[in-house]
Design a binder for this molecule. Structure first.
Ligand code: NAD
Ligand code: LMR
Length: 326
């Protein structure tokens, strides 16, 4: 049996975590041979609900679940942690953009970044989910200089999965035949869902669907799917978001499939002319716990212009919250 790993999850009494925690504990995220200790962080008023979540986790009798620690003290939650899933943050309501949350949520990530910097394992791998996810990850990174910037990522895998579904439905092909799809940029409506390099059942997607559909229907459908769910459900996506986190972490830790890539918002190394240091979604492959950006794609002028728009939005978000990092 492997040694247990410590997984810290913030916002653990919220909607996303009600799906996420059970799937981590069952082994879906890190493998069915990897024992886990869950270190769950909530704000004080939510601790009672969190205790109920713990009861239910225990009542599942998951063989891999070694312990569940519930706390409102971030220093306890992040102590010695190997993985950090940063979910705890306000969700948006109807009519809001995710960037509107920056004023309230940005502070959470500067505070937690400082605490993580002091108490966490410096090799800890982090996935930021709370919106606006890319900029919150940027704020966290700037407040946690002891961590490798490459280990601070944000979630765009939900967008990636949404795009797979839309393309599979349009082409009437099985979901698992869609390969090499990319979400570029920000987890916002400026994101760039791109099927220029995608294959479906071994054929170029560009030969199966026309460009007008890709630009005028597919791209906005994926980019605005979060708002569509909010309008139908009255609250933001939860189970599909949790599934995105499971996929993101599993790919990162256990590796991506041969002949495919996934989308992750990661520390930009300047690839494709995007400003170095922004947390920007790229196509990546993962091996041995590291991600690598696919750097040799040729993009059309249309995609390049959209990528620059998303970069500009990230620069603007960063500039509006510069008081939250040095
Ligand atoms: P929720 O309101 O149901 O749960 C959030 C939880 O976070 C609450 O229980 C709250 O008490 C807790 N919390 C607030 N501040 C905290 C802090 N400082 N420390 C620890 N916990 C804290 O919301 P949800 O539906 O679970 O969504 C959480 C976040 O995830 C939102 O910001 C939402 O917009 C975002 N989200 C992102 C994606 C993505 O793809 N990146 C997808 C879905 C949702
Ligand atoms: C999503 O994409 O579903 C989340 O980011 C929630 C939202 O506000 O859209």
């Amino acid at each position: 049996m492997k040694q247990p790993v410590r997984v810290t999850v913030t916002g653990a009494a919220g909607q996303i975590c009600y799906s996420l925690l059970f799937r981590i504990a069952s082994g879906e995220m890190l493998g069915n041979d990897q024992p886990v200790i869950l270190q769950l962080l909530e704000i004080t008023p939510a601790l009672k609900v969190l205790e109920a979540v713990k009861m239910e986790l225990n009542d599942c009798a998951f063989p891999l679940l070694q312990d569940v620690i519930c706390t409102d003290d971030a220093a306890v939650a992040f102590k010695g942690s190997d993985y950090g899933l940063m979910v705890g943050a306000k969700p948006r309501g109807p009519g809001m953009e995710r960037g509107d949350l920056l004023k309230d949520n940005g502070k959470i990530f500067s505070t937690l970044g400082k605490i993580i910097n002091d108490v966490a394992n410096p090799d800890m791998k982090i996935c930021v989910v709370g919106n606006p996810a890319n900029t919150n990850a940027y704020i966290l990174m700037k407040n946690a200089p002891n961590l490798k910037p490459q280990n601070i990522t944000a979630l765009t895998r939900l967008d990636h999965n949404r795009a797979i579904y839309q393309l599979a439905a349009k082409t009437e092909q099985p979901m698992n035949t869609v390969k090499k799809l990319t979400i570029w940029g920000n987890h916002s409506t400026t994101q760039v869902p791109d099927i220029s390099h995608t294959t479906v059942s071994g054929k170029a997607a560009s030969e199966m669907v026309d460009t007008a559909w890709a630009h005028a229907e597919f791209m906005p459908k994926v980019a605005k799917r979060g708002a569509e769910v909010i309008s139908a459900r009255g609250s933001s996506s939860a189970a599909s978001a949790a599934n995105g986190v499971i996929d993101h972490m599993r790919s990162w830790v256990l590796g991506t499939d041969e002949g495919d890539w996934v989308s992750m918002a990661v520390y930009s190394d300047g690839s494709y002319g995007i400003e170095k240091g922004l947390i920007y979604s790229y196509p990546v492959t993962c091996k041995n716990g590291d991600w690598t950006i696919i750097t040799d794609l040729t993009n059309s002028d249309f995609i390049t212009a959209k990528m620059k728009e998303s970069e500009k939005e990230l620069q603007e978000e960063r500039d509006t919250c510069s008081d939250l990092f040095a």
